[in-house]
Design a protein around this ligand. Structure first.
Ligand code: NAD
Ligand code: WQD
Length: 331
């Protein structure tokens, strides 16, 4: 089976490509390298010993998509390509709608044209908005977006559901990730964002490397065990494996939606202390005000993915911290 992976040189995409190759899929990547580098293609080859086809192109470029679908008999698409920085989305909402929503429309139009009807889509726990409970399960309705980035994920989820109603030969799985962290055990690929990171683990990595002086912990007065925010961190390799399961389960009975998390919540301080312990490094931190828009505590109910996909995250927070540093220290 030939799988087109959009955004395949990115953080989650690259780890998923490795798992796809390990599972004997043929992989074609399209990435415009707006947030990754071409080097990753060689790194994937180094890990797997296999080559994958790479197209440096934008998913909004219909001609480029046409060329890819003409040159390859694509059986299914795993769609990661998009912008993901919450703060930036507030400053540049139109760019986010254009890249994430318009990009997905162009991709779906081309898929239709070439009768490729299978898609696994990268969504996010952010689509739940701010529900009253901490444990999010898939029966909770999509909420109100807390930022333009989240709004694009809500729009795309709705669009995919509308598309299926109009054409029930589509086979679609929507995966809602919680907080992906960690890196491939080889230390060859991982998360390396440009500039000052927004997310917690990349920020910790930079403090550990001495590239940033200290971590600011946003809020110490949340109603959580130690006052800091609680999230469901999931190892990126577990997440990648979830995509293979979702791909294998695709059928046209309905649009499937699954949470991908561990089901466990850890606080910011849990993550910092674990990172310090397993890597034997001190992380300097200070407490600052809460970050606007942050929720106090949430984590996934993973029972649906466990039951229907036969998938369960296996790696714990210690492995996440170890692998993150194993990658970051060599960068
Ligand atoms: P990433 O930025 O590392 O990867 C995205 C890749 O897509 C990058 O390589 C980028 O160059 C590419 N890209 C962006 N726009 C493109 C376009 N128009 N055409 C072609 N390529 C394009 O991000 P990631 O963390 O790997 O996230 C992948 C997906 O998962 C995104 O859709 C993101 O919204 C979603 N997601 C991520 C997280 C997270 O915390 N990392 C959480 C939930 C959902
Ligand atoms: C985690 C915790 C912060 C940075 C975001 C998106 C979400 C999804 C995953 C894409 C929170 C605290 C962070 C720092 C800190 N992405 N923190 N100091 O906000 O849970 O989720 O990424 O879909 O949509 O919103 O992740 O890593 O930014 O924050 O104290 O410098 O760490 O307050 O409690 P978040 P995060």
């Amino acid at each position: 089976m030939v799988i087109l992976v959009t955004g395949g040189t990115g953080y989650i995409g690259s780890h998923t490509v490795v798992e796809l190759i390990k599972n004997n899929y043929d992989v074609v990547i399209i990435d415009n390298l707006s947030n990754s580098s071409k080097d990753v293609v060689n790194k994937i080859e180094k890990i797997t010993g296999s080559k994958c086809k790479f197209y440096e192109a934008d998913i909004r470029d219909e001609n480029a998509l046409d060329k890819i679908f003409k040159e390859n008999k694509i059986d299914a698409v795993i769609h990661f390509a998009g912008y993901k920085a919450v703060g930036e989305s507030v400053k540049k909402p139109l760019d986010y709608y254009d890249n994430n929503v318009v990009g997905t429309i162009k991709l779906l139009e081309t898929m239709k044209k070439y009768n490729c009807k299978k898609m696994v889509f990268s969504s996010s726990a952010t689509v739940y908005g701010n529900p009253k409970v901490h444990k999010f399960d898939e029966t909770i309705e999509r909420g109100k977006a807390v930022n333009p980035y989240g709004a694009t994920k809500i729009v795309i989820e709705e669009m995919l559901e509308n598309l299926y109603v109009s054409d029930d030969t589509f086979e679609i799985s929507i995966l809602r990730y919680f907080n992906p962290v960690g890196a491939h055990e080889s230390g060859i690929i991982g998360e390396n964002p440009n500039g000052v990171p927004n997310n917690l683990m990349p920020y910790i990595q930079k403090v550990a490397k001495g590239e940033l002086p200290e971590l600011s912990i946003f809020g110490s007065d949340y109603n959580t065990k130690d006052g800091t925010g609680v999230r469901d961190y999931i190892h990126v390799v577990d997440l990648a494996k979830g995509h293979i399961k979702a791909l294998e389960k695709l059928d046209n009975k309905k649009v499937y939606t699954y949470n991908l998390g561990t089901g466990k919540g850890y606080s910011v301080l849990d993550l910092v202390k674990t990172f310090e312990k397993v890597n034997n490094i001190k992380i300097k931190y200070k407490f600052v005000d809460r970050r606007p828009g942050d929720l106090d505590c949430y984590y996934a109910d993973t029972s649906k993915a466990e039951k229907e996909l036969g998938w369960k995250a296996e790696k714990g927070i210690e492995e996440m911290c170890k692998d993150s540093w194993n990658f970051a220290k060599n960068m």
